[in-house]
Write a protein that binds this ligand. Structure first.
Ligand code: FPP
Length: 249
């Protein structure tokens, strides 16, 4: 089944390659992250133009805290600057901003600006921009299990009532559709602890392009490839073409 108009409702991206982009230019890795922030704008413009409903960006993993202190510090400065400079413009463009991850480890000033960004943009509907920060897929599953365990302990939930839908509702992206398309830049072919639960039936797309080099042509390639794929969700091809055409995206 091919439908050139089919676009993902939810696009999730691992923005990899900032460090290598800088190293190839004999510049500090932090310069790559700054260039990566510009690529975020390119990506966002594309998603808004395409009508993609949710964009999730892996900005900082739970493991990234273990990078050299200088790089972590530079990333914190960059996040703070983006929170100061970009939120009002994103609000003007109708974006709802959400942060997913363990934010307790971020400096208080960043946590406060995350809260403000979420509050200010809460009513917007043009696009959801979900920033995964301090995020790990295993962490997300564990925190959901912990919430459910507390509810069982408190007597408000029977263990038999726990099914996939209920479990999903305790994950930190509850309420958003699972990603239809996953993109990883930078050439590595792995998920790296991103959205482990939510990627179950997501189409995967990998590119050698380093994140700071991202452009609309590369994103268009990913969209065209996505539109040409048959998504079967465990069904047969005949079942999908006979009964589910148009529902897969
Ligand atoms: C991975 O590249 C990228 C990061 C750990 C940081 C991503 C941050 C940005 C793109 C800027 C801010 C964006 C938002 C949405 C707040 P890497 O450093 O692992 O690259 P490498 O694999 O080449 O070393």
């Amino acid at each position: 089944m091919s439908d050139s108009k089919r676009i993902p409702r939810h696009l999730a991206i691992i923005m990899d390659g900032n460090g290598r982009w800088a190293e190839r230019r004999h510049r500090p890795r932090t310069l790559g992250h700054r260039a990566g922030a510009r690529a975020v704008q390119v990506c966002l413009d594309f998603c808004l133009a395409e009508g993609i409903g949710t964009l999730t960006l892996f900005a900082f993993s739970s493991e990234n805290w273990n990078r050299p202190a200088e790089e972590v510090g530079a990333l914190m400065k960059l996040f703070l600057r983006m929170l100061d400079n970009e939120v009002d413009e994103l609000h003007r463009r109708g974006a709802r901003i959400l942060f997913v991850g363990e934010r307790g480890e971020f400096p208080a000033v960043i946590q406060e600006k995350m809260r403000r960004a979420e509050l200010v943009t809460a009513g917007n509907t043009a696009i959801n921009i979900c920033i995964a920060a301090g995020y790990g897929g295993r962490w997300d599953i564990v925190q959901a299990a912990r919430k459910l365990a507390r509810e069982v302990r408190d007597g408000s939930l029977a263990p038999e009532a726990i099914d996939e839908t209920l479990f999903s509702s305790r994950l930190c992206m509850a309420g958003l559709p699972d990603p239809d398309l996953f993109i990883r830049t930078g050439g590595d072919l792995r998920i790296s602890n991103f959205l482990l639960w939510q990627l179950a039936y997501t189409e995967m797309w990998f590119t050698e392009t380093l994140w700071p080099d991202l452009d609309a042509v590369t994103l268009r390639q990913a969209m065209d490839d996505f539109a040409s794929r048959e998504r079967r969700f465990g069904l047969t091809s005949a079942q999908v073409s006979g009964t589910a055409q148009g529902n897969a995206a």
